[in-house]
Design a protein around this ligand. Structure first.
Ligand code: SAH
Ligand code: SF4
Ligand code: F3S
Length: 474
């Protein structure tokens, strides 16, 4: 009988990708995924360290899992903590949660099958050695190994319609607020051939959209078989040219510094590259950007947005913002508001600055009082929410190509994505999943749009039709 594996994923898409890869690596050991922690034989918490309370969340989840194991008399469940908290606080996890079997960092999960085998032996030994302490196996692996985990991954045999593909990992930028360079390690680009193989396998397994992932995805500089180095733009063009059934390409997260002209041009001349870009700016104040070590000013950001809009008039933007960075004055915050009003974002994430242990900003003077942070964040979010609503409202009555991804909540309904990553519900049969249909947007819900299919996908063309032009906001 298959053993059950429950993975809880926190944090960014990279962790979502990694969780799926861990599940694949454990399948040959007889583990099948479950959504229910209460029936799991193994639990993996794939953690995120980006803002505070991250590790406290992990410890409280471990406590809940412990209580659940006791309640159902399942003391031999294997418990693993992976991801960025594991990398940053591995030894502390083993000390504070001695029942944890495995702690492994983001760069060592290819060693998971071996670690699970050892943990399984340790659990078995406890059955007949009553003198052994009632603890976990206590295995810790947070190395940055010489070998690449990616070389150990099987090619996908199953895929959602919209798939992730990690092409780059780690970061050398060292923004003063950020833990990623420490938890994920140095910037690393996967070789071109492996990426093309993985993309082909994903599409053969049902993917119609691939989002290329990396902490600094547009810093990609992967080696090709002929020894040349490929940029992200070149990779995007090759994916679009060589895999005709790949309807849509996206990439995230990109850094303004690495938006080169060729990549900007690709937005104009690669129809499969979707007109929606997550390009975090963090702040609209040059002074704050400098203190953050973002390595660019507000002007560069403005110029990139302009160039992208010139290359693809209907492109829409999303961003991340950090509010209340040390030293952020009322004037700096006003500059952020001004930039937001100027660019008009389709969507954005905004966070209060959170001091992270070991990062330079955590020890900077002039930390902004929490009440002030709260107030600024509210003000910013009010505008960002209004912009998002305006953007969605501008879709009303328009016909958009929608890639149908999965069943919706109601019978007879499917949910898909517009080119701008808006969720769209339409009435359609399950057999339409994986197709791009032309849908007229009829209603705005709280979290999604509703549409009616205009052109039934009789002659299946994976790329659908060109996205109609649409202004970024009403
Ligand atoms: N590589 C991406 C961001 C990765 S982290 C980039 O450079 O844009 C994702 C987001 O978390 C960041 O964009 C930032 O807005 C937020 N973030 C990172 N560290 C933070 C901190 N210490 N406090 C608050 N937000 C933070
Ligand atoms: Fe963190 Fe900056 Fe690197 Fe993004 S670019 S991952 S924010 S250090
Ligand atoms: Fe979090 Fe690590 Fe991603 S800290 S945001 S899971 S890179």
């Amino acid at each position: 009988m298959a053993k059950k594996l429950f993975i809880k994923t926190y944090g960014c898409q990279m962790n979502v990708y990694d969780s799926a890869r861990m599940a694949e690596l454990l399948a040959p050991l007889g583990y099948a995924p479950t959504e229910d922690a209460g029936e799991a034989d193994m639990v993996i918490l794939n953690t995120c360290h980006i803002r505070e309370k991250a590790s406290e969340k992990v410890f409280s989840e471990l406590g809940r899992l412990r209580a659940d194991r006791r309640e159902r008399g399942a003391e031999d469940v294997i418990v693993a903590v992976a991801g960025c908290v594991a990398q940053a606080e591995g030894a502390e996890i083993i000390r504070r949660a001695p029942d944890v079997d495995i702690v492994l960092g983001p760069q060592t999960y290819h060693r998971l099958p071996e670690m699970v085998a050892r943990a399984t032996r340790a659990h078995a030994a406890k059955q007949w050695r009553s003198d052994l302490p009632a603890r976990g196996a206590g295995l810790l692996d947070t190395e940055f190994p010489a070998e690449s985990k990616f070389d150990f991954l099987p090619l996908a045999s199953e895929s959602p319609v919209s798939a992730f593909l990690a092409i780059q990992e780690g970061c050398d930028k060292f923004c003063t607020f950020c833990v990623v360079p420490y938890t994920r390690g140095a910037e690393f680009s996967r070789p071109v051939a492996r990426i093309l193989d993985e993309a082909r396998a994903l599409v053969a397994a049902g993917a119609r959209e691939i989002t290329l992932l990396g902490q600094n995805v547009n810093a990609y500089h992967g080696e090709a078989d002929d020894g040349s180095t490929w940029s992200l733009a070149r990779l995007v063009r090759a994916l679009a040219d060589r895999i005709p059934d790949l309807a849509r390409i996206r990439y995230t997260t990109s850094h303004p510094r690495d938006m080169d002209d060729d990549l900007i041009a690709a937005h104009g001349d690669v129809p499969a590259l979707m007109p929606f870009l997550h390009l975090p700016v963090q702040s609209g104040s040059d002074r704050v950007l400098e203190a953050m070590n973002r390595q660019h000013g507000v002007d560069l950001y403005r110029r990139i947005v302009e160039k992208l809009r010139a290359a693809r008039s209907d492109i829409a933007f999303s961003s991340d913002f950090i509010i209340g960075f040390p030293g952020e004055s009322a004037k700096d915050f006003a500059a952020t508001m001004a930039l937001v009003n100027e660019v008009e974002f389709a969507m954005a994430y905004s966070f209060k600055y959170s001091p992270r242990p070991g990062t330079p900003a955590a020890s900077m003077d002039l930390q902004v009082p929490e009440a002030e942070q709260d107030q600024r964040l509210q003000e910013l979010q009010a505008v960002l929410n209004a912009q998002q609503q305006d953007f969605n409202r501008a879709a009303l009555g328009r016909v958009l190509p929608v890639l149908l991804e999965k069943p919706g909540r109601r019978d007879g309904q499917l949910v898909g994505k517009s080119p701008y990553a808006q969720a769209v519900h339409v009435e359609a049969a399950p057999g339409e999943i994986g197709r791009v249909v032309e849908a007229r947007i009829t209603d705005l819900g709280r979290f999604s749009l509703r549409g009616e299919i205009e052109i039934p996908p009789a002659n299946f063309s994976p790329r659908g039709q060109e996205a109609p032009l649409m202004e970024a906001s009403a």
